[in-house]
Design a protein around this ligand. Structure first.
Ligand code: ATP
Ligand code: MG
Length: 841
């Protein structure tokens, strides 16, 4: 199981993983921890991340960026419509009505859904994680803005599936940051103490989010969130772009906005300028060569002027800060720290506005770029059974109040009920009871469309099926469980029908009477949190709340729930039957469609892989040409005849030309064949060079070995005490082998010395090595035979014992027993003078 966290940013993404050493933000193939949220479509493949970013201008129409906020939106959505005209690529209405992108891919016009596009980006991020972890990645946690509605969240969930990921949690970006902050804090107040309130501010490229969280030991509770969904770095870039469009327009008579390429370049340059201004208050130049119509443009800007231009944007910093305090009923003094993250908080004026509001310095203890991803990885580690992480519970909230609406025959019209008020703890489940005779529909919607940064308050419709009256014709009690799940998505998660079985005639008639009165009504029975949130204090609070809701919803008509059900139902047996629910979710991709997208993503991954292999094969040919051409006039010069060199050089030049002409775009096999053909010419030269590099050492080793044995023979003949235990017949064998090896070596050396280097050598290194092995195989067992008495010889003839391992000895055979086997383990040192014949080339 993999532990991976993904910050899916508007401009760039980060991937963090959990390893034995802790949480680590990992780098992509460009050694960059940030991966641009960018996909470029080409005639043969897709490029994702940094490779796509470099095509923003050159392949403008087919390079997609800035799509994060199109998730779960209709093409007709005012936000989509407003963005549409500023994009270099084309946005289209898909048959489902949702927004899609239209690009040329594989030389065909193709429409992709936003889920597919994000799926592609996730494919890349998954690969980055896999490269870092060196194993397949499936499980992960992905971040989304805290203000995302259900449709947006579901859309991102679909994208994760398209990329073959199993998203264990969609976590709110600010909550992820809070987790990254809190889990390492050792000094949080104890559970019974007043919590520590910390404000988290994230201003990225597209949006601005603020949350206030209460921390106690081992837990965090999000108290409130507020946001400005369109305030981010790009708004500041736009200010500069608009300024220079006007300035350059007047100065150089250019209509910059009429052409996408110069406009995109200006955006890039303005972003750079904006960043420079964060560090520098002086005048800064804005120069772009060959900007438009071959004109070079230049201008200046400074921080003071920039801030003046951005006054309206900066004024939008404060309201969300004020809002979170109001919602959480906290005063500025109650705030322990204000932690800021997100690239745009690097603008000094943004920082100042925040610190001025709170009357305290902001903290930048968290990594502004990586905190979200790190928090995601931490959440994934908490959810993963494979990882041991400090206990830390997270209670998030419901950002917008959620209501249910249903047709109520008893009340002759629509009834509704707010099931989750704003800032209600999440994830959370509640059980509602309805008294019905037939299937019915529950319509979920956001109660306050005005505060919703989304045009449609509808969430979904849930048809509770197979509802039947009781056997006596009265209404059945239908228990419906509604839930805001771990991803922050609302659903009717289950429904069951309570069947009443009467056991005898004297049964209490109350129940059915009661039902008759209650008919077609609804009551909130209870609230419950799911398993992993159960420990939390919040649950107890909410349960108390739920009792109140029950009476307020059901009035005084039904008090049964206040007492144990058994007390009243002594003569009535009940059983429950699960009911199927049919969902109609806003902008939800159908299962078949999703499967098709998953399949298509697989095909595109395969296509990218094939294209990469083809390119690698082509690059290999190119590399070989350059490398060989260099070496033929350098390292390999001596090893090839002039004629061969000339013809080979010619061949290499032809290949180089071919690569730029006919060979520019060939199937992989053509490049492989081309390389093989060149290698067949180059390989013998390369081998001769290699041999000549290795041969002297091989001869030297053999020479040393011969020399060592000769020394032993000599000592044996001189009746040296050290060798007097050796067998004379054996020593004759040694002498014979040594002289035969010496003759062999001298012969080969002489032949080789006479041979031209441009021809294959008379003897291969491996044969010399084999000869050495053969010699030691015969001689070593004889000369290293241990002396019968275990007596430690004192003579200097055994330096191995005195000096430790000698040159060439693999391991420390320094004990009193000589080594049993091995080539260089004989007693004599290897530093004797060389044999006179050893003239090594
Ligand atoms: P979002 O959070 O909206 O999805 P994101 O996560 O991709 O977007 P970040 O990476 O947090 O955004 O921030 C990117 C923004 O921060 C860009 O607008 C970038 O220009 C801006 N930024 C980065 N560094 C600086 C700086 N030194 N000064 C000013 N702005 C900066
Ligand atoms: Mg961000």
């Amino acid at each position: 199981m993999s532990v991976v966290g993904i910050d899916l940013g508007f401009q760039s993404c980060y991937v963090a993983v959990a390893r034995a050493g802790g949480i680590e933000t990992v780098a992509n193939e460009y050694s960059d921890r940030s991966t641009p949220s960018c996909i470029a479509f080409g005639p043969k493949n897709r490029s994702i991340g940094a490779a796509a970013k470099s095509q923003v201008i050159s392949n403008a129409k087919n390079t997609v960026q800035g799509f994060k906020r199109f998730h779960g939106r209709a093409f007709s959505d005012p936000f989509v419509q407003a963005e549409k005209d500023n994009l270099a690529y084309e946005l289209v209405q898909l048959p489902t009505g949702s927004a899609g992108i239209k690009v040329m891919y594989m030389e065909e016009e193709r429409n992709f859904t936003i889920e597919q596009v994000t799926g592609m980006l996730l494919t890349k991020l998954k690969e980055t994680a896999e490269n870092a972890l060196k194993k397949p990645v499936v499980d992960c946690v992905v971040s989304v803005p805290c203000f995302y509605t259900d449709a947006e969240r579901r859309s991102v969930m679909d994208a994760t599936q398209i990329a073959g990921l199993n998203c264990l949690r969609l976590i709110n970006e600010t909550t992820s940051v809070a987790l990254a902050y809190g889990i390492y804090k050792q000094d949080l107040p104890a559970l019974e103490e007043k919590p520590r309130n910390v404000v988290f501010v994230d201003m990225g490229h597209s949006s601005y989010q603020v949350s206030v969280c209460a921390f106690n030991k081992g837990k965090l509770k999000v108290l409130a969130t507020a946001f400005d969904t369109t305030l981010g770095g790009r708004k500041f870039d736009e200010m500069l772009v608009n300024y220079f469009c006007e300035e350059f327009g007047k100065k150089y008579k250019l209509d910059i906005k009429s052409k996408i390429r110069p406009l995109l370049r200006l955006f890039q340059e303005c972003e750079k300028l904006k960043k420079l201004m964060s560090a520098n208050a002086s005048d800064l130049p804005m120069n772009i060569e060959c900007f438009m119509n071959d004109i070079d443009v230049s201008g200046t800007m400074n921080r003071g002027k920039f801030l003046e231009m951005c006054d309206g944007l900066l004024a939008r910093v404060e309201p969300p800060l004020r809002s979170v305090l109001e919602q959480a009923k906290l005063k500025k003094e109650d705030i322990y720290a204000v932690e800021i993250v997100g690239g745009t908080t690097r603008i000094p004026a943004v920082k100042e506005r925040i610190s001025k509001f709170f009357g305290k310095e902001v903290s930048t203890t968290l990594n502004a770029d990586e905190a979200v991803a790190r928090g995601c990885a931490l959440q994934c580690a908490i959810l993963s059974p494979a990882f041991k992480v400090r206990e830390f519970s997270i209670t998030d909230l419901v950002p917008y109040p959620i209501s249910l609406r249903w047709n109520s025959p008893a009340e002759e019209g629509l009834s509704n009920c707010e099931v989750f008020p704003k800032n209600h703890a999440a994830p959370f489940s509640k059980v509602l009871s309805f008294f019905r005779r037939e299937p019915f529909t529950l319509e979920a919607y956001y109660t306050s469309p005005k505060e919703l940064p989304y045009p449609d308050p509808a969430i979904a419709q849930f048809l509770v099926q197979k509802v039947m009256p009781q056997t006596d014709g009265s209404s059945s009690k239908v228990k419906v469980k509604v839930r805001v799940n771990i991803h922050g998505i609302f659903s009717v998660s289950s429904a069951s029908l309570v069947e009443v079985h009467k056991s005898d005639e004297n049964e209490e008639p109350m129940e059915t009477d009661q039902h008759a009165k209650e008919e077609e009504k609804m009551q909130v029975d209870q609230e419950e949190q799911q398993k992993n949130e159960e420990q939390q204090q919040a649950q107890a609070d909410s349960k108390a709340e739920s009792e109140e809701m029950e009476t307020s919803q059901a009035g005084s008509k039904d008090k049964k729930m206040d007492q144990p059900p058994q007390a009243k139902k002594a003569k009535v047996k009940t059983s429950t039957v699960d009911l199927p629910i049919e969902n109609q979710l806003l902008w939800q991709i159908g299962k078949d469609m999703l499967n098709l997208f998953i399949e298509n993503e697989g095909k595109m991954i395969m296509q990218d892989k094939l294209e990469k292999e083809r390119n690698d094969a082509k690059n290999a040919v190119e590399e070989y040409v350059y490398d060989m051409r260099d070496k033929l006039c350098g390292l390999y010069e001596k090893f090839v005849s002039e004629d061969d060199r000339n013809s080979f050089t010619l061949k290499l030049e032809d290949t180089e030309n071919w690569l730029y002409e006919d060979g520019e775009d060939q199937p992989k096999q053509v490049y492989i064949d081309k390389l093989t053909e060149l290698q067949s010419l180059g390989q013998p030269i390369q081998a001769r060079f290699q041999e000549s590099e290795e041969r002297p050492k091989a001869f030297e080793d053999l020479g040393k070995q011969i020399q060592q044995y000769m020394k032993v023979i000599h000592a044996f003949k001189a009746k040296d005490e050290q060798y007097d235990h050796l067998d004379a017949a054996d020593m004759v064998k040694v002498e014979k082998s040594v002289s035969e090896a010496m003759e062999w070596m001298n012969n080969k050396l002489n032949l080789q010395n006479k041979r031209s280097l441009t021809l294959d050598p008379v003897i291969k290194t491996k044969d010399i090595q084999a000869k050495t092995k053969e010699l030691t195989g015969i001689c070593n067992p004889i000369v290293t035979k241990p002396k019968p008495k275990a007596e430690i010889p004192k003579e200097e003839q055994n330096p191995a014992e005195q000096n430790g391992p000698v040159e060439g000895q693999g391991d420390a055979n320094t004990g009193s027993q000589p080594a049993e086997q091995g080539t260089n383990t004989t007693a004599p040192t290897a530093t004797e003078k060389k044999l006179p014949e050893m003239d090594i080339d």
